[in-house]
Design a protein around this ligand. Structure first.
Ligand code: FAD
Ligand code: NAP
Ligand code: SF4
Length: 685
């Protein structure tokens, strides 16, 4: 279906497509912005529904047209934590649906039904065949005929309970390696009965679920089917199979087709920050042309202009922005009011959302620690405004200054550098991390909106602060890179990552990177990089990860050989620990960084003892056996130590002083921790 602007409504000047309603026949969506499904884990926590209600209500106030909840299982065997199968379950969800409809009865909220199949967190998990997922490696119990019928009945019952709970519809997930998708693909469906074999038989299970759910709830209830439009599996679904399934879903009663672009076990990044914006929407566009019902597109659509373009191109009727609305509940409202420069943009890091989800922790957002904490982390006006100096305009200082100023405090923000951002000014230069510019744009605007007095190029000392008449000083001076105690560390071939990223030093052809944390990986990526960043160019991205958007072979990837351009260099990425290199990186993105470096020929080595650096290179030992890495540059990426001299110098003063970010704790410190800690302190001052 092609996007249609409602004839009578005056079109929004800048985003005419995004702000046009969508007629679903029995009901209307007020605009084309959708908050897609994200698992929060809160359904299982005491008081979780109250927090979920506040979270969804805040997004409803933010102007979104429709929202989808995190995945809820129809039964115990499909569960990843939460289940909807009884009226008692429905009762809990009532808090959420009532809260959303109280904001605006026209805003729709649908519940996602997620039967995890072989990815369920239970020994009773089931699948069409006893084939383990590459992720969980656990073997599901093969369903017999009665078992198949039970799964269908449970989906129907779950839909009925969702309606009872006040939802406007459900989204049934048929992708990602969860139960329904495992019926569709030969690798996981090896049955020879009516549920396996031919594609017609393999489609039968999801289609039967759709048909029976529609029959149960009648016409006036939204039923969305989430299809793997490109599953990224070698030997996955062909394009013809995708189209046939979508068309049959339309006949079976689906109101909307939502496109998804992965199985979790596929080896292609689809939502990480290195993925270009709206990279996959063209695939939705092709499917859109085949259908009479609306389609939803998704993945790395994080700003309103991107959403508008996708709609204007006719690639979809609705645009899903899930993480972007975690990052900023008011994204849609700000776009409507022409305040795009105030949007706190999702940078695709996954650090506080998906990584937490996969680790079984509560999710939130790196750039917005209020996300899912709306009931207790609030930036209320101060009853006793103070005069506050914040020293350091890195993420910690920026978060503190903007939150304190928003609350009415009078804030002066100092930085020794010529621009705000601290280490984010290094991070943004790493290929694949271009989104970090957005966070700096956001903070820059917030400093203006909240009237923070910003003093750049100003290195502050304790005397300045003591004489400044401040009620409160916040030391956010960050870190100093650690210099390891290794013989020859002052040799001319040894350089710091700061100088390498800033381009202050020449890097040779043979390089050892000492330290394989996040920064060691980023620096290796930077020095091995050649040409345009894949994050900025869909064709480069497709080439590097072996995707064929044009011909759509099975899964989009079958038989496509990745082609990576790399700098003419030999790089050794080293760590002392004997654990696999990169193990400490983010759960959902670490593998992409490891693969990216491996494709560029970086040699990752663990269990290293550093002996010395001299004209010959870097002398190391592995399991006591000495060897020389004949390198011309050694880049030190060996972590950091807090830079807190200023705080110590203020110890004898009577000014209340706080220490935040890297200056407080450098080990394990990242921007997620820095922004969260600073925001919480500023909310309480
Ligand atoms: P900083 O960012 O170090 O800021 C401190 C500021 O204080 C600086 O601007 C400095 O000029 C100023 N300052 C110091 N002394 C004075 C003084 N006396 N007077 C005035 N100003 C002073 N984290 C993540 O979570 N995810 C990532 O993907 C990520 N990638 C990174 C990539 C790279 C290449 C780098 C270098 C870091 C990355 N980080 C990442 C880490 C993240 O940037 C830091 O954790 C974060 O910047 C720490 O914030 P901070 O405000 O405490 O300190
Ligand atoms: P880090 O993650 O703590 O890594 C430091 C590295 O240095 C480790 O490999 C450590 O491993 C090594 N090391 C520590 N002490 C050493 C010593 N004395 N001599 C030699 N090697 C030593 O820190 P970072 O890489 O500097 O990153 C700083 C922060 O930014 C981290 O919190 C990180 O999470 C964050 N960051 C995140 C990302 C991301 O993509 N999420 C990217 C960049 C940075 P061994 O001790 O085993 O040698
Ligand atoms: Fe986006 Fe990162 Fe926030 Fe997740 S944690 S919503 S990826 S900015």
């Amino acid at each position: 279906m092609t996007a249609n602007t409602a004839a009578n409504a005056p079109a929004h000047k800048k985003y005419p497509n995004l702000f046009s309603p969508l007629d679903l026949g029995f009901t209307q969506l007020k605009n084309r912005a959708l908050m897609g499904s994200m698992h929060t884990g809160l359904e299982e926590v005491e008081g979780g529904f109250e927090r979920l209600a506040a979270y969804f209500a805040e997004r409803a106030h933010g102007g979104v047209g429709m929202m989808i909840t995190g995945g809820i299982s129809p039964n115990e065997e499909g569960s990843m934590g939460s289940e909807m199968s009884t009226p008692e379950h429905a009762e809990g969800h009532r808090q959420v649906t009532d809260a959303v409809h109280a904001v605006d009865p026209d805003i729709k909220i649908c519940m996602q039904i997620l039967h995890a199949g072989p990815l369920a967190h239970t020994p009773t998990m089931v699948g069409p065949s006893a084939v383990p997922s590459r992720l969980s490696r656990l073997i599901p119990n093969e369903l017999d005929e009665a078992g198949v019928q039970k799964q269908i009945n449970d989906h129907v019952n779950c839909t009925k309970m969702a309606k009872l709970a006040g939802y406007d519809g459900v989204e049934i997930i048929g992708s990602a390696g969860y139960l329904l998708s495992t019926f569709l693909v030969e690798k996981t469906n090896q049955r020879e009965d009516q549920w396996g074999g031919s594609y017609e038989n393999r489609m039968r299970f999801p289609l039967e679920i759709m048909r029976r759910c529609r029959a149960e709830v009648g016409e006036n209830f939204i039923l969305i089917f989430r299809i793997a439009a490109m599953d990224m599996l070698q030997g996955g679904m062909s394009w013809d199979e995708v189209v046939l399934l979508a068309k049959e879903m339309e006949k079976a009663g689906a109101t909307i087709i939502s496109t998804h672009f992965t199985w979790h076990e596929s080896a292609v990044p689809t939502i990480a920050t290195m993925v270009p914006r709206a990279a996959f929407s063209g695939v939705t566009g092709r499917l859109n042309k085949e259908l009479n019902i609306p389609t939803i597109t998704s993945n790395r659509i994080n700003m309103p202009d991107v959403a508008e373009q996708v709609l204007a191109d006719g690639d979809a009727d609705l645009v899903s922005m899930a993480r972007p609305m975690l990052a900023d509940a008011e994204l849609v409202k700000k776009a409507f009011e022409g305040r795009e420069d105030e949007i706190n943009t999702c940078i695709g890091c996954n650090q506080a959302c998906l990584d937490h989800g996969f680790e079984g922790k509560e999710i939130s957002c790196l750039v917005n620690p209020r996300a899912l904490n709306e009931t207790f982390l609030n930036y209320e006006p101060s009853t006793a405004p103070k005069k506050i100096a914040v020293v350091g305009a890195g993420p910690a200082g920026l978060a503190y200054a903007t939150v304190a100023a928003e609350r009415g405090h009078c804030v002066t923000l100092y930085d020794a550098g010529s621009e705000i951002g601290g280490q984010f000014n290094l991070a943004k230069q790493v290929p694949g991390k271009e989104e970090f510019y957005e966070t700096l744009r956001y903070y820059s605007r917030m400093l203006e909106v909240h009237h923070v007095d910003v003093r750049l190029n100003t290195k502050v000392c304790a005397e300045d602060l003591k004489n400044g008449g401040y009620d409160h000083v916040v030391v956010a001076t960050g870190i100093t890179p650690r210099t390891p105690e290794v013989e020859g560390i002052d040799h001319p071939k040894v350089v710091s990552y700061v100088d390498v990223i800033r381009g202050n030093v020449a890097v040779g052809k043979k390089v050892a990177v000492m330290g394989a944390g996040g920064i060691g990986f980023d620096v290796s990526e930077l020095i091995m990089h050649k040409g345009v960043s894949a994050a900025m160019d869909k064709e480069v991205f497709a080439r590097e990860w072996g995707i064929d958007f044009t011909n759509h072979p099975r899964g989009g990837v079958t038989g496509v050989v990745p082609q990576v351009e790399a700098a003419d260099r030999q790089v050794f990425l080293l760590q002392r620990k004997s654990t696999p290199v990169g193990r400490g990186l983010g759960k959902t993105t670490g593998w992409t960084h490891r693969m990216s470096l491996a494709k560029r020929g970086v040699q990752m080595m663990n269990g290293i003892e550093y002996n010395r650096v001299d004209d010959q290179g870097l002398h190391i030992s592995i399991e006591g056996v000495p060897q020389i890495l004949d390198v011309d540059t050694v880049i030190v990426c060996a972590g950091q130590v807090p830079k807190r001299a200023l705080y110590d110098e203020l110890a004898d003063s009577s000014i209340a002083t706080s220490l935040v970010g890297g200056a407080y704790e450098a080990s394990e410190l990242d921007a997620k921790a820095a922004i969260k800690q600073a925001s919480e302190l500023a909310a309480a001052v």
